[in-house]
Write a protein that binds this ligand. Structure first.
Ligand code: ADP
Ligand code: 5GP
Length: 213
């Protein structure tokens, strides 16, 4: 993918670290960011809407889409299928818009293989006690599920080294501001601005920009 296109921003990290909460704040302060809507085989929770929170599909339909190559990445999370629609993401990136994926670690690592210019951000809790309290406090899971999620989160901390940035979610709004700062810096990187630099050189010497790069 060329450097003058939008940024693919992947936010992931252990369950309960606050990915969803931080991303909601980020979208408030940067509303031009395009949030990808995933496909899932899990059932909608109360209040969740088709096409807004997820595209809810049967396991058969999900499998058909996967085989047809419609997913940028896909993963099984707690027994359900989750996937990012490839077309939606690439269309926005090509149009120069930044796209946000809030996905689990297995999915993020697949995206990293395919889109090496992506920006990979790992959300960490301020402490393991706080992580446990957040998983428990969400109130949507049984004790059994809480224990499994906490154990998985503990293992998942090992994957942090595969990411480009770490953001500690102490105060959600502050964490979102740090991600905003990362996006601003990423847009200023030399390798994302070659096209602009070339145009400036061409303005002066239209036929000789060969010395650049
Ligand atoms: P994830 O998407 O990583 O699984 P959520 O965004 O659902 O995590 O957050 C898990 C729980 O922790 C929720 O109850 C949420 O309100 C709470 N939470 C998230 N961020 C913070 C924070 N910075 N401070 C206190 N509670 C938080
Ligand atoms: P939930 O069912 O609570 O909405 O999401 C469960 C987990 O699935 C979260 O960790 C979330 O980040 C992850 N998830 C949501 N969408 C996707 C996706 O498209 N791909 C992958 N790999 N994970 C996803």
């Amino acid at each position: 993918m060329r450097e003058d296109r939008g940024l693919l921003v992947v936010v992931s990290g252990p369950s309960g670290a606050g990915k969803g909460t931080v991303c909601r704040h980020l979208l408030e302060i940067r509303p031009e960011l395009i949030s990808s809507v995933s496909v899932t085989t899990r059932l909608p929770r109360p209040g969740e809407r088709e096409g807004v929170h997820y595209f809810f599909r049967t396991p058969e339909e999900y499998e058909r889409m996967r085989e047809a190559g419609e997913f940028l990445e896909s993963a099984s999370v707690y027994g359900s299928g989750y996937a990012t629609p490839r077309r939606f993401v690439y269309d926005h990136l090509r149009a120069g818009r930044d796209v946000l994926l809030e996905i689990d670690i297995q999915g993020a690592l697949q995206v990293k293989e395919r889109v090496e210019q992506g920006v990979f951000i790992f959300i960490l809790p301020p402490s393991m006690k706080e992580l446990r309290d957040r998983i428990t406090g969400r109130g949507t899971e049984s004790e059994d599920v809480i224990i499994r999620r906490f154990a998985k989160a503990y293992e998942e901390l090992n994957f942090v080294s595969r990411y480009n940035y770490v953001v500690v979610n102490d105060i959600a709004r502050d964490a979102a501001r740090r991600i905003e700062a990362i996006l601003i810096a990423e847009h200023c990187r030399v390798d994302r601005n070659r096209e602009l630099n070339r145009k400036l050189l061409e303005e002066v010497f239209p036929h000789d920009v060969s010395t650049y790069q």
